[in-house]
Structure formats: C-alpha cells, structure tokens
Design a protein around this ligand. Structure first.
Ligand code: ATP
Ligand code: MG
Length: 507
C-alpha cells in the first residue's frame, strides 16, 4: 500500500533536550498506526512537527504528504493537507456550544456570514458520524471528557480530514467510552478510508486496533511492528520501549493494615450549584492506617466530586457531612486547613488544578510546603530547596534537563510525576490520588505502584481513584464502589472482581 505520509530524518531540539533524533516515520493509506514509547520519548513532539505546530525552520528533516514535500508554517497549513491533531489535553472552548466549537476556525466560513441554522444542521450530521447523541446547543463545559473527545473528532471530520492524529485519546475515558472511540476509528477507516495515528500508553488498545506500530525511545525510532506479521504484542512493545523485560506489573506489598481507622468521611452530600444537582449523595467512607482504599465508579459517578468535597469544598459546591482525621472533626471548608491537618489531593486534572505550568520544576515541587524550607532569618533556604527537588526528581525518575525547566515544557507523563512529588513533599497522613497513572508509561506506572507501597508501609493511608479496574483491584485493600453519587458498597481485596465492581457501578 502506498504511503499517505512520510517524515524523513526529523531532528528537533529544545534547549538542553534532543526530543527527536533523526526519526523517520511513514504511514500507509487507510491504516491505523500506533506510536508508543515511555514518557518523554518524543511522541507528542513528533506529532506536533507533523501538524505544523513547529514551523519548518524549527526542526530538521522533511515531511511528505502523498509524495509531495510540505512546508508547514502553521496548523492551518497541515489542515489544508487533511491532517488534524487532537491533543493530549483537549482544546475546546468550554463556554461555547458544541456546534460553535465544531465551526470555530473553519476554513469555509472565514470571512463570510455564517448561517447558524445550517451550522446546527451540519453539526448534527457530523455528530451522527461519531455516534454522539447530544444537542448541538449544549455547552462544552456540560459534557464529560469522553463526549468532548468525540466533538473534537466531529470537528476534524467537518474539516475533511484524511489523517487523524490522536494523542492519548483514551487517557481520560472509561472502558466503555474507550471502546466506542476505538470502534469509531475502525469504522472511519473501513467506511471512509480515514487514516489514524494513535498515541497511547494502553498497550492493549494498541494491540487491538493498529495495523502498524512505531516505537520511540529517547527521541529515536527503535522499531516498527506489523500486525500482518503478528508482531504487535505487548511484551514485544514493552521490551523495545524500555530496553528490558518487565514481567511483573504490580509490585508486592508487605505491610499489614492496622485496625485503627484514621480517616472518615461521613454522610457527605454535595450540591453543585452550577449544574444544579447533587453530585454526591450521603456518601461515607473510612480508611485505616496503612491502607489503600480504592474508589471505583463510572465517569460521573461522583468519585472526583467526593474527593473535592472533602478537600476544601469548591465554591460552587454546598457540602454537608463530617470529615474526621484521627477521630477529630476537621474543618473541611478550607483547603488550607485540610492540607495543614495532613490531607493531600493529587488531582486528575494537572493542567487546571495540579501545577503552575509557567513555573519551574523546583518551585512546583516545593510550593505547598515552602514553610519547612524557611530558615531562622525568614528566607527560603535555596540550598535545601534544590536538594529536596533533586531528591524527588531522582526518586520518581522525572525526565527534565534541569530543576529550572518550566513544567509546561515537560512531557505529559512527567508533569504528572511533578504533581505527585509536590504532594509527597507535604508529607501527608492521608493522600487522595485521583487517576495517578493516567498518561503514564508502563515503567513509570510500576514506579508509582512501588511508591504507593512504600508510603503505606510507612503508615500513610491512601485513597486511590482509578478507572482502570485491574490496577484498582490489584492495588487496593478495600474498594468502595460509587454510582450516581452514592456509595453502592464496599469490597475486600479478596472478593473484588471486575464483574462485581461493574455490577455495582451500573446500578
Ligand atoms: N516546549 C518544550 N520545551 C522544552 N522541552 C520540551 C518541550 N516540549 C517537549 N519537550 C521535551 O522533549 C522531550 C519529548 O517530549 P514529548 O512531549 O514529545 O514526550 P512524549 O513521548 O509525548 O511523552 P508523554 O508520554 O509523557 O506524553 C521531553 O524530554 C520533553 O521534556
Ligand atoms: Mg505526550
């Protein structure tokens, strides 16, 4: 089959980092082409080069689309060639409607009057093509991530896309949503001949849908696998990604959970005044010393809302109930109080809540607990600050050229590690981890599981929110299952199975 596009000898450097080192990459007409690699391997950068985010004077090498040499000066230029990229972090406008988002920046409507009635009709047509059943006049902010993702694809289709690039599209989706999305890619390929490039850390998905896989390691292309030759297998990919075998997915934990309950959230009810409904309904959970307690549920079941209610109570929430730490009521109206008492919350949404992207790695890590670094003269001890951040960079294996690198410039997975480091440094008693392994490569996942084990062995307690059931089941001592804001039940490690959890979660 002929190639729809080729990238030849691409080299891209950032100050202090060679993100891509002489990478050649080609994609065949109508295939689904996977790209895998560890955090920071260069996957997103390669796709940014392809889609014109970096202009041709910002990298070395050549791009050919249908054998014609390209010279992209912007994403508009690549769009004209039928290339559309859907980013790791979604890029829709939350305050605008679905149809406005679909038509925003549209070539055809530029400089002309827009017939909004027609726009809605057309939007409906594209929404159908992605199997999304929403009113085009819904605001984006009122849709879950899964649906937003589909709106992005509808938008790409409306621009006559030939090559659809998806950078970790399923990272924020639950299993059903992920399956729908992957099914859609297959349909688009079979029915309309649309080529897709899929970046994912979920190797099972890559196994299931791709025809070809390119593996990047440290900015180099180290292997290309072909499904026709039966080469696309998890073990093979992992080996190329990390340069060694990883057989153990979950590290063993050796601690014994103590009986003492140290954290309790009792009868938490949260009303979200913005969307005008109760997002958490009379939910109670408790956590023992040294225990990992999982919180399972479908998207929208209220897991993050529960965490947010406990952790300082967002403005638009009205929360009732009690939160007890070591048997003592704590004032959970104030995030500052909650942090001071020893509760930490590593958010799922690192872009909006977790990190200060324009600050450097060091500042982000030390920020929450800066006061411990203040010396007797009331100055921040720079030397300690450097040591502390160096320690976490090493412990969590954060890939950054220096502590002074701005967090914005780190790869997605490495940003997540910085967010984790920041809360670890606050030395909490109870840590809420909300999707901590989202967007994280296999090697780093193992590091995070190992870290969780070490923390509970030291007596910390962890509330673990995850949509990946195998991970949740393996890591949790007990699992509370939520559905529609309520706690449906609690399963012990020994009795928890994916089926049981799904049954409770879909009540
Ligand atoms: N704008 C930037 N400025 C400086 N360095 C950057 C910038 N963008 C990326 N990098 C660096 O380039 C390397 C490759 O990053 P890239 O985002 O392509 O990785 P990735 O494979 O997509 O990783 P992940 O799986 O974590 O998303 C990393 O070391 C990253 O820190
Ligand atoms: Mg990336």
């Amino acid at each position: 089959m002929a190639n729809i596009l080729e990238m030849k000898n691409i080299t891209k450097e950032f100050p202090g980092v060679k993100a891509l080192d002489n990478v050649s990459f080609s994609v065949k007409h109508g295939e689904i082409h996977g790209i895998v690699g560890e955090n920071g391997a260069g996957k997103s950068t390669l796709m940014k080069v392809l889609s014109g985010v970096f202009t041709s004077n910002q990298f070395e090498g050549d791009i050919y689309v249908e054998n014609a040499l390209q010279n992209f000066e912007s994403t508009n230029d690549s769009e004209k060639q039928g290339i559309a990229i859907i980013y790791q972090e979604l890029a829709l406008f939350p305050e605008l409607t679905v149809y406005e988002n679909i038509f925003l920046g549209h070539q055809e409507v530029d400089g002309r009057f827009i017939n909004w009635f027609e726009a809605i009709e057309t939007a409906n047509r594209y929404l159908k093509r992605v199997n999304l059943d929403v009113d085009p006049e819904t605001k984006i902010r009122d849709l879950g991530v899964g649906k937003q993702q589909l709106v992005e694809i509808a938008k790409a289709l409306s621009k006559d896309v030939k090559v659809l690039i998806l950078d970790e599209p399923t990272a924020a989706l639950n299993e059903n949503e992920s399956e729908n999305l992957l099914q859609l890619l297959k349909e688009l390929k079979q029915e309309q001949g649309i080529t897709s490039i899929l970046i994912s850390h979920k190797l099972k998905e890559i196994e299931a849908v791709t025809n070809t896989v390119t593996i990047l390691r440290d900015g180099k292309s180290v292997a290309t696998l072909d499904s026709a030759k039966n080469e696309i297998k998890r073990e093979v990919m992992v080996k190329h990604m990390v340069g060694r075998d990883i057989s153990n997915v979950y590290p063993k934990r050796s601690n014994i959970v103590e009986d003492e309950i140290i954290f309790e959230a009792q009868n938490i009810t949260a009303y979200n005044s913005r969307i005008k409904r109760e997002v958490v309904k009379d939910a109670s959970i408790n956590v023992k010393k040294g225990e990992v307690v999982g919180l399972a549920g479908l998207m929208g079941a209220g897991r993050t809302e529960m965490a947010l209610s406990i952790f300082g109570n967002p403005k638009e929430y009205k929360v009732s109930g009690n939160v007890k730490l070591f048997g003592e009521d704590i004032n959970f109206d104030s995030t500052r109080d909650v942090i001071e008492k020893g509760i930490a919350y590593v958010t799922e949404d690192r872009k909006n809540d977790g990190l200060i992207l324009k600050q450097d790695v060091k500042k982000n890590i030390t920020l929450v607990n800066l006061k411990t670094l203040v010396n007797q003269y009331k100055f921040i001890n720079n030397h300690d600050e450097v040591n502390v951040s160096q320690k976490y960079i090493k412990d969590l294996n954060i890939k950054t050229p220096s502590q002074e690198q701005k967090v914005r410039n780190l790869s997605g997975g490495n940003q997540q590690k910085v967010s984790l480091a920041k809360w670890l440094f606050s030395n909490p008693k109870v840590m809420i981890l909300d999707e901590p392994t989202r967007g994280i490569d296999v090697g780093a996942k193992f590091e995070i599981y190992t870290l969780i084990n070490k923390l509970v062995e030291k007596g910390m307690s962890i509330i673990f929110i995850s949509s990946e059931l195998p991970e949740l089941i393996s890591m949790s001592d007990r699992i509370f299952v939520m559905a529609e804001g309520k706690i449906e039940g609690c399963l012990n490690h020994s009795e928890a199975t994916q089926e049981k959890i799904m049954q409770m979660a879909t009540k």
